[in-house]
Design a protein around this ligand. Structure first.
Ligand SMILES: [Zn+2]
Length: 160
């Protein structure tokens, strides 16, 4: 152990960060950060992490703080000026291929086994669910409108 001694004027020139007025606040912040790391504590709260997970699902490359639109008229939650600092370092939501789910069973509809059909209610149902909803005389029970409809009213959907 040793100490290097030099005149204070020379030390201020060589090491200005050691003589900065906020050096004790920086030291305290470093101590807290290191204590969190050492004991395995998270530096952010669980609530902040949950909000960030939600924001990450909505974040796009176009998102930036929107200071001009009033908060109650903003359409993107990530672009809100009060939320954007939480989303700033988060990755973008990246979805290559969207999937369509059956409104009744929640299973993925596809062109092979679970063929999608659009009902007049605007909901998409897979063929497996429609087979359960079939009634005599070419009728289908629409679980959304809770009424019977003709099979011809269900439109076949195609994937492009
Ligand atoms: Zn946005």
């Amino acid at each position: 152990m040793g100490a290097i001694v030099c005149p204070i004027e020379e030390s201020r020139i060589r090491n200005p960060e050691y003589h900065a007025p906020d050096r004790y606040q920086q030291c305290a912040q470093l101590f807290v950060k290191e204590a969190y790391r050492l004991y395995g504590f998270e530096s952010s709260s669980a609530m902040e992490q949950l909000i960030q997970m939600g924001l990450a699902t909505q974040k796009t490359p176009c998102c930036k703080p929107d200071l001009e639109t009033p908060l109650n008229k903003q359409k993107c939650m990530v672009c809100r000026p009060d939320m954007y600092p939480l989303a700033e370092g988060l990755p973008y939501a990246h979805v290559d291929n969207s999937r369509i789910l059956c409104s009744m069973t929640g299973t993925v509809v596809d062109d092979d086994e679970n063929i999608p059909f659009l009902f007049p209610s605007g909901h998409v149902f897979g063929l497996k669910a429609i087979n359960k909803l079939r009634r005599p005389e070419n009728k289908i029970f629409d679980p959304i409108h809770k009424q019977m409809m003709d099979e011809s009213e269900a439109l076949r959907l195609y994937f492009l």
